[in-house]
Each structure stands twice: as structure tokens, then as C-alpha cells.
Design a protein around this ligand. Structure first.
Ligand SMILES: [Zn+2]
Ligand SMILES: [Zn+2]
Length: 112
């Protein structure tokens, strides 16, 4: 299987106010909460560009965070405009895939 199949998204389907489901070309699928995506934001106001230290306190992101819009950025990324006003985060497909919250990915990461 090529790396491309892992980071090419077949479908982005909002499930409800709080969650969106990504289906990848390799058949993998997982549900992400918007709060989770927001907490993983890597923009300059959430993570220090030089030290990579987190600036965003994950505790300040409400569990029931919703989005105003989800827009593609070229062919490589997605931009989320969150209901809390945050809209500077650009999420590359491979990044979204790399933070997959499904149990098998979480376990794979934990065991290395
Ligand atoms: Zn951010
Ligand atoms: Zn996964």
C-alpha cells in the first residue's frame, strides 16, 4: 500500500454538530470531534513556531465545540473555521491522518 492511499481522503462527512468522519482511500475511517481537531491545531497562535511548545491550553476548548465551515485548501489541506472564532488552523491531510483518534491508531502509536 502506498503512503498516498493513507493521506488521500475519500470522504469528509459531518456526522452531527460536534463530530466529523474521515474516510481514507486505503479504507481506514475514523470519527474526530471538532474539539479534538481544535486541540491539535498547529497554527502560530496555538503552538510556538520556534520552540514547538503548546500555547493553547486544551482545557479551554469546550468538548462540544462546533464549526462554522470546513473548506479545502488546495489539494493538500483542510481549513476549519471553529465556532469559537479560531480560523487560522490549516490541517494537512497527512497531519489529520497522523492524529487519527481511533483505537487501533492510538494503540499503534502507543506501542511504537
Ligand atoms: Zn490554531
Ligand atoms: Zn485510525
Amino acid at each position: 500500500m502506498t503512503e498516498d492511499a493513507k493521506t488521500e481522503c475519500e470522504e469528509v462527512r459531518p456526522l452531527n454538530e460536534r463530530e466529523v468522519r474521515f474516510t481514507w482511500r486505503d479504507g481506514h475511517a475514523a470519527t474526530y470531534s471538532y474539539a479534538y481537531i481544535r486541540r491539535n491545531c498547529r497554527c502560530a497562535s496555538c503552538v510556538n513556531e520556534w520552540t514547538h511548545e503548546p500555547i493553547l491550553d486544551p482545557e479551554t476548548v469546550p468538548e462540544d465545540l462546533t464549526v462554522r465551515s470546513i473548506e479545502p485548501v488546495g489539494h493538500y489541506a483542510l481549513k476549519f473555521e471553529f465556532r469559537d472564532g479560531h480560523d487560522t488552523g490549516i490541517y494537512a491531510w497527512n497531519f489529520i491522518r497522523s492524529v487519527c483518534p481511533c483505537p487501533s491508531c492510538v494503540q499503534a502509536k502507543a506501542t511504537g
